[in-house]
Ligand binder design. Structure first.
Ligand code: NAD
Length: 261
């Protein structure tokens, strides 16, 4: 039975001081990769995660940067080169929902911010990663998109546009880098219990409404995403590139049709 073994790899997981990124960084670290735990502001959470990975026998270090700032991203990769070695697994996870507002009533600064963090940030990070991966003729870039790369979401045009854009970035970059030994993938989570959506799962009425939108009628856990990511970045997925794995408990299955049309 093959097991996931990431020994010898250096992985950067953006936004891993919290939520999905934290679970992904831990799982990848336990599978043997050296992990760059990345945070924006939450240094103490990142340090705690580093300590957990080291206590379990792994290797990790925390690095801070704003992924929407190009020079901070360039410095982030240069620091990882110096401290841990060249990144050959990049998980573009950092992201924000933005402020719910209808187009026309919204503030364009907020719209641009969501695009900057959720789409331009992964581009900046991928650009730095590809330069290194090309030299070594190996690497995996995994973008965390969302079911909103497929499902429209009223009040969140920036979020849905960024995630759909990130999906096409995945496919195009996969095509562009296949000859360089690089695989590029997306994981599209459905509703996963993290701080980003606490306002929904923290209230029984909104949680019940959300569960009705999921065929399995329950939210996922960060571990559900970490399991999928660990597989996709490993050699077990060596022939998979340029596609999205949806991890959503059946949210995309039109659950309203469960009880007839
Ligand atoms: P979260 O709020 O717990 O984590 C988001 C992380 O991104 C945090 O670590 C934060 O510091 C980081 N971040 C935000 N802005 C940043 C910036 N400018 N520079 C660097 N880092 C920044 O949320 P989460 O649920 O863990 O979300 C992680 C990813 O998963 C996001 O891309 C989100 O869109 C996606 N996602 C989440 C869900 C869900 O249900 N939780 C569903 C679909 C997609």
């Amino acid at each position: 039975m093959p097991v996931i073994n990431l020994k010898g790899h250096v992985a950067l997981v953006t936004g891993s001081s919290s939520g999905l990124g934290s679970a992904v960084a831990l799982k990848i670290g336990l599978a043997g990769a050296t992990v760059a735990v990345h945070y924006r502001k939450e240094k103490s959470e990142a340090d705690d995660l580093v300590a957990r990975i080291i206590a379990a026998g792994g290797k990790a270090m925390a690095f801070g940067a704003d992924v929407s700032n190009r020079s901070e991203v360039e410095n982030l990769f240069a620091s990882i080169d110096r401290e841990l070695g060249s990144v050959d697994i990049l998980v573009n996870n950092a992201g924000i929902d933005g402020i719910r507002a209808l187009c026309g009533d919204d503030n364009p600064d907020n719209w641009e911010k969501v695009i900057a963090v959720n789409l331009v940030g992964p581009y900046y990070c991928s650009r730095e990663a590809v330069k290194r991966m090309r030299k070594n003729h190996k690497g995996v870039i995994l973008n965390i998109t969302s079911v909103h790369e497929f499902i429209p979401w009223t009040g969140y045009t920036a979020y849905a546009s960024a995630k759909a854009g990130l999906s096409m970035f995945t496919k195009t970059l996969a095509q562009e880098t296949a000859d360089d030994g690089i695989r590029v993938l997306s994981v599209a989570p459905g509703a996963i219990k993290t701080p980003i959506n606490k306002s929904v799962w923290g209230n029984p009425d909104t949680l019940a409404d959300l569960n009705r939108k999921i065929a399995m009628e329950k939210m996922g856990s960060p571990d559900d995403i970490a399991n999928a990511v660990s597989f996709l970045v490993s050699d077990l997925a060596g022939y998979i590139t340029g596609t999205t794995l949806v991890v959503d408990g059946g949210m995309l299955l039109y659950p309203d049709f469960k009880h007839g049309g």
